[in-house]
Design a protein around this ligand. Sequence first.
Ligand code: NAD
Length: 449
Amino acid sequence: MKDLCVIGVGYVGLVTAAGFADLGNRVTALDINEERVRNLRKGILPIYEPGLEEVVRRNVQAGRLAFTTSYDEALSKAEFAFIAVGTPEGVDGEADLRYVRDAAESIARSMQGPLIVINKSTVPVGTGDWVSEIIRSHLPKPLRFAVVSCPEFLREGSALADFLNPARTVLGSMDHEAAEKVAQLHIPLRAPIVITDLRTAEMIKYASNAFLATKISFINEIANICEALGADVKEVATGMGYDPRIGRQFLEAGIGYGGSCFPKDVKALAHMASVQGRNPQLLQAVMDINEDRMRMVLEHIESLSGPFGRKDIGLLGLAFKPNTDDIREAPALKIAGLLLGRGAAVRAYDPVAMDAAARALPTLRMCPDPYALAEGADALVVVTDWNEFKQLDLSRIHKLMRTPNLIDGRNIYEPEEMKAIGFRYRGIGRGYDGSDAAAKRPADKARPR
Ligand SMILES: NC(=O)c1ccc[n+]([C@@H]2O[C@H](COP(=O)([O-])OP(=O)(O)OC[C@H]3O[C@@H](n4cnc5c(N)ncnc54)[C@H](O)[C@@H]3O)[C@@H](O)[C@H]2O)c1
């Protein structure tokens, strides 16, 4: 059993704290947000994450997990301090490191003995050295410490499961002994552990996220071409995905990537490259393609339902992906903003993200369920592929709508089945699958002679 402190109790920090406590360690989780800490002490979590509430409760009751706003208290016995504060997008796409700097300064002022500082926040290459320097320069008296990079790869929506079953643990440090000690903490997770230097570990995180974003933009580009040529991108992805060199994951054509990580991390990596005089051409294309998805969705909606003025448009889903309430960089909010700007009346339903979305976009009308959303609507747009949307009574939805236009931004329905119900349906990259399908199949024009 080790004494750990986790700094920042958001998606990464709370899962890390609860996860390490569940593995039998004593964890003090710290946040500067007093309301968050007050609520956590009452058992109210600041985020929605499947299974997390139960693990937090169990470990608090067992005395292995506590919450505080005091660095002195959190570091009084800690051998390890995890930094898990936010690193949002700053000026010109550069990562904003102010919370990391504040955390490093506070650690230096409050640490009371030797400490291994483990950085879980996604930070630009070189930040580990900078954090070392900040701690060194703010220490009131000389104390031994080491900085280890341990980038986080969990996915919101399955964060706890990902913590407990990671594909790998990456550790980077200039102090091999410290990295070995952090590796020991991770051994119960039984995943491969890669130990490298600080900068390489920091780069592994950016390269991984940029690669996944590239896969998404790649399949979205293929979807655009499929639409023009009458091929079905879903089947293309399946056919490609059986090749183990390619893999099926992250080949879902749709509205594009969002969330608190991919958009900012791809931008930050491109920024790092540019600052060093490198031209990040591929990353630029990945971002451009993703940006263009908004235009594509609007085109699909307009081509089915006509000009937006006074149209009632319903958005199925607000979270940037299923099983989370996170709406940071959520495509739904961008789409809603664009539609509202063009005179449409927009309403939305999401199983868990409506409160967060209402705070971010107060003019967006919320509906209590998908059927209320459908009532009198001129178009429904699937924005988030929540499982519950796959189980809807679509005949009932069809009857409730004023005009049965269905834009399936996540390809969760089958075009033929939707047409059989009577919808005018448009998926993403699924050939000519709308109600105007009978009009022409462009693939005929492209058939080889
Ligand atoms: N969310 C994800 O899915 C995910 C996945 C992998 C990596 N990451 C990275 O992990 C980091 C954290 O992301 P998140 O989504 O958990 O952020 P978050 O915004 O959900 O949580 C950050 C928390 O840090 C607290 N905080 C800020 N400054 C602090 C300070 N000086 N001392 C103590 N607490 C402080 C905030 O109050 C907040 O509660 C980011 O760098 C992110 O890129 C996130």
